[in-house]
Design a binder for this molecule. Structure first.
Ligand SMILES: [Fe+2]
Ligand SMILES: [Fe+2]
Length: 257
């Protein structure tokens, strides 16, 4: 099972953002049908405009594997839904409620991995939270899966500190709610996030946490100089591997130079 993982395209009508998105997607496209799904964990658009989601749809079109997305703090639910989801989310919700989606990926005809794309955005703010409704949806979805099917949760805001003041200030709030949920569902192998604009690996509540690098500018770390935005680094991406019988993901980080 191979998951490709992009995050933070921040498409905004500029050639800078569009070229980086094309480069990252082309790198994943080259892996062909080796990829079981491409996950894109939020900040797809920079201002939440419909025209930006048209760009998102264009750059993600024609890929030979499922493309699963979730919103970030730069996204706007109604425009996101209208362009990318035909007006509704995967769980049937509509309007400006959370955009959540479950996809069970199959291998040899059998369920092999459940991917839950969860909406951690809070309309009108940069902060993040999994709403009570989304937490209940995750709980119900995980409970309904066959016993032997592992799962990953993908959402925008990392729940753990990454030791940089900017993403740490805007990390997922009420992480204890997520920790409680994870304690009830040991089938969750990993949390896959974005938002921090840096390739990072840590853990949260005993579960692996992988932050995809951004497709747009990278986060400059505290010991790398002044200013938080570094546009000299190439677009980044991650690949997560889950082999049959294993209970952990192996992650490779790549750049699309
Ligand atoms: Fe972002
Ligand atoms: Fe973000």
């Amino acid at each position: 099972m191979l998951l490709a993982h992009l995050s933070d395209l921040h498409l905004d009508g500029t050639e800078y953002a569009a070229a980086r998105a094309r480069a990252a997607v082309d790198r994943v496209r080259a892996a062909g049908d080796a990829v079981d799904a491409l996950l894109v964990t939020g900040d797809l658009a920079d201002h939440g405009a419909e025209s930006e989601y048209e760009e998102v749809a264009a750059v993600l079109a024609g890929l030979p594997f499922p493309v699963l997305t979730c919103p970030g703090n730069h996204d706007e639910r109604r425009a996101y839904r209208k362009v990318l989801r035909d007006g509704a989310s995967g769980d049937g919700a509509s309007g400006d409620g959370p955009v959540d989606e479950l996809r069970v990926l199959r291998r040899d005809g059998a369920p092999a991995l459940a991917v839950l794309m969860c909406d951690s955005s809070i309309p009108g703010t940069s902060a993040g939270a999994l709403s009570a409704g989304t937490l209940a949806w995750i709980d119900t979805s995980l409970t309904a899966l066959p016993d032997d099917v592992p799962a990953v949760l993908a959402f925008h805001h990392p729940p753990a500190r990454l030791h940089h003041p900017l993403p740490d200030r805007l990390r997922l709030t009420r992480p204890e709610d997520l920790a409680d949920l994870l304690a009830r569902h040991p089938r969750v192998l990993a949390l896959l996030t974005g938002h921090a604009h840096t390739a990072a690996a840590t853990s949260f509540a005993g579960v692996a946490l992988r932050s995809a690098p951004a497709v747009t500018y990278a986060l400059r770390l505290a010991w790398e100089g002044e200013g938080h935005a570094d546009d000299t680094q190439p677009p980044g991406l991650a690949y997560h591997v889950l082999a049959p019988g294993e209970r952990h993901l192996t992650t490779h980080f790549r750049v699309a130079a």
